[in-house]
Write a protein that binds this ligand. Structure first.
Ligand code: GDP
Ligand code: CA
Length: 334
């Protein structure tokens, strides 16, 4: 095994990849003794990206970069540890920006540097590579696209200044409304004009194993899959494709991904999400799907649907438990 590619959102994708790297460093150490001889590429969702106070904010890219680089605020899963909100408070005092979306002062530096690079004509891929030089994440981080593709939701009813039927940015629905106001659909604004970023399709085509980590199936993994060429690359790659369920015992482990599944009419269960991705042999995505021990009853129906399945502990409590999970996923991929 030489190349592994992961399609990641934020917290779930980042914690999984951190475990994967720890496992690989142990099981396939490099000759130099640092890291692993297996090259890991992480294709990251950019559907949550937005402009805020003139800055380009990329929540999932930053969560992956900080998590792998040892700079994440572990308890919240985004941003940096021990940062203040002084700058955000000052911006709010001017009545600018979104008072429900605060950014820490250390995190703001990342957005300032990224925005400077983008304004000087660099692509998001270039800017990501530049930022990662500092963080040394131990994996190649690729945005899914260099073109802006922003996930919006269509409101079923009026909410504050918004009318029924309006499209609002996904982050506003998620953070301001805690996904609790009803929406009718997700719309990826900019999708038609977007192409996959350099290296993304090759990373899927040239991998030995492609991993769908326990990320949000709708607005993280689903968003990446909708980028032109990605689904085809997944269909035709000679890599084994293995996924890990983000649902344990009928509920999301963290966050509100069940609200997203509801909108697309998929039940919140390890079985339903596995079947939603579908068996590659039947035109779907997966060769294999790992479910939690408490969902062992899902294994038989998954196998019947043509998906190799197994039950294993899927709680990422720390790096060792995430590493053990990655090991099981790679073993299941075969
Ligand atoms: P986001 O962009 O920060 O929302 O992060 P992702 O899209 O990568 O993943 C969010 C999803 O990860 C959550 O909805 C959970 O279902 C899943 N998740 C988080 N922690 C765990 C865990 O410890 N185990 C499993 N199996 N899934 C998890
Ligand atoms: Ca996200």
């Amino acid at each position: 095994m030489k190349n592994v590619t992961v399609l990641a959102g934020g917290v779930g994708g980042a914690r999984f990849t951190r475990g994967l790297l720890a496992h690989l460093a142990q099981a396939h150490p490099s000759d130099a003794g640092e890291g692993s001889s297996v090259a890991v590429t992480v294709v990251v969702n950019t559907g949550d990206d937005m402009w805020l106070n003139g800055l380009r904010v990329c929540p999932d890219l930053d969560t992956v970069m900080y998590t792998l680089g040892g700079g994440i605020a572990e308890d919240q899963g985004w941003g940096r540890p021990n940062e203040s909100r002084r700058t955000s408070s000052e911006i709010a005092a001017y009545g600018r920006g979104w008072d429900w979306f605060t950014l820490g002062d250390l995190d703001l530096a990342t957005h300032i540097v990224r925005t400077e690079l983008l304004h000087s004509g660099q692509t998001l891929s270039d800017a990501t590579e530049f930022l990662a030089r500092r963080w040394q994440p131990g994996a190649r981080l690729l945005p899914m696209s260099d073109d802006p593709v922003e996930t919006h939701v269509r409101l079923a009813d009026a909410a504050d200044e918004h009318a029924a039927g309006d499209l609002i940015h996904f982050e506003e629905w998620w953070v301001r409304y805690r996904a609790s106001v009803p929406v009718t659909e997700f719309v990826q604004v900019g999708l038609d004009a977007a192409s996959a970023a350099p290296g993304v399709l090759d990373a899927i085509a040239g991998a030995d194993v492609v991993i769908v980590p326990p990320s949000n199936p709708v607005v993280s993994v689903g968003t990446i899959l909708n980028v032109a060429g990605v689904r085809d690359a997944m269909r035709t790659t000679s890599a084994r494709i293995v996924g890990i369920s983000p649902i344990i015992g009928g509920s999301v482990v963290r966050g509100m991904a069940d609200r997203c599944l509801e909108v697309i009419g998929v039940e919140t269960s390890a079985l339903a999400v596995g079947l939603h991705y579908g068996a590659r042999s039947a035109g779907g995505l997966l060769d294999a799907w790992l479910v939690d021990e408490t969902d062992a009853a899902a294994v038989a129906p998954l196998v019947a649907a043509g998906i190799r399945a197994e039950a294993a502990p899927l709680w990422m409590r720390d790096v060792p438990t995430s590493a053990a999970m990655a090991e099981r996923a790679l073993a299941l991929a075969g």
